[in-house]
Design a binder for this molecule. Sequence first.
Ligand SMILES: Nc1ncnc2c1ncn2[C@@H]1O[C@H](COP(=O)(O)OP(=O)(O)OP(=O)(O)O)[C@@H](O)[C@H]1O
Ligand SMILES: [Mg+2]
Length: 310
Amino acid sequence: MGVSGTPNPVIQVSRIRKSYGATAAVSDVSFDVGKGEVFGLIGPNGAGKTTTMECVEGVRRPDAGQISIMGLDPFRDVYQVQNRIGVQLQQAQLQKRIKVWEAVDLWASLYPKPLDGNRLLEQLGLADKRNAWFMTLSGGQKQRLFIALALINDPEVVFLDELTTGLDPQSRRAIWDLVRGIRDRGKTVLLTTHLMEEAERLCDRVAIIENGKIIDIGSPEELVGRHCPTRTVVLATGDALAEERLRAIPQIENVMRQDSKFTLQGRGDDFVTEVIQCLSENRIRVNDFRTVLPNLEDVFLKLTGHSIRD
Ligand SMILES: Nc1ncnc2c1ncn2[C@@H]1O[C@H](COP(=O)(O)OP(=O)(O)OP(=O)(O)O)[C@@H](O)[C@H]1O
Ligand SMILES: [Mg+2]
């Protein structure tokens, strides 16, 4: 068990600190990642996500605290660790005129048992770009190439830093599918993002990090349930008795009315069902009905007092 009760932790980070001169990039960060989990560090620019990740990769040494990855010390056992992890770097670049297959060959030559590069390029949708120069790839193709390079040694743990930043929605979705594929093959993934939607769709659990500290950890659903329990239903009805009936719903907290349009707020997972039951029992006809469920964006706002993009 890890510090937070994670069964089978592959990564254990305990109270790490890291400063660059007077800047405390990471001041007290602890979390565990279980085998086969996709774990996300989410937070605004400068929160300490990359620094934390680089400490786990063994690229940086924390000033204090402990890290264990696959039972090894990422700094002391760096060579053993490097062979078993894959790292996709934030804002990585390659030589302009290196060809895709050359980059894959070069990376493969660094490891004792690399995967078949051609198959990997096929899986990542880059087979027809084998002979293309790096500089001729689109942003999304470059990202996919970097993911291919991170996977060439068939790593047990994959690190993805801001993997879809700057990509259009379509390439982003393609990359999300790739990450799900990596997880489905039993790999553990540690990623960073400041896109809440990305975290919600990809991550089994996330740690919300700001100013070098973790504010909370949990699955997106847990975090929403814990910090934003209010559910909202918007409906429209011409029924004269609707308001009175709706106000009688046990878990209702707030009823706002604008002509025939009602905005209802209540707490807990059963609230939406209660509204539906009330409508059906009282035979109230509605010509619009929507639920507005809180998401990680709302959790972030609640916990930090500002939106992640501010
Ligand atoms: N090599 C460095 N030298 C000095 N300061 C650094 C260095 N790397 C990061 N920092 C500082 O440490 C803090 C955390 O940076 P870090 O890169 O870990 O944040 P991040 O959460 O990854 O941000 P982003 O979302 O912009 O990638 C920032 O204040 C940054 O300016
Ligand atoms: Mg970063």
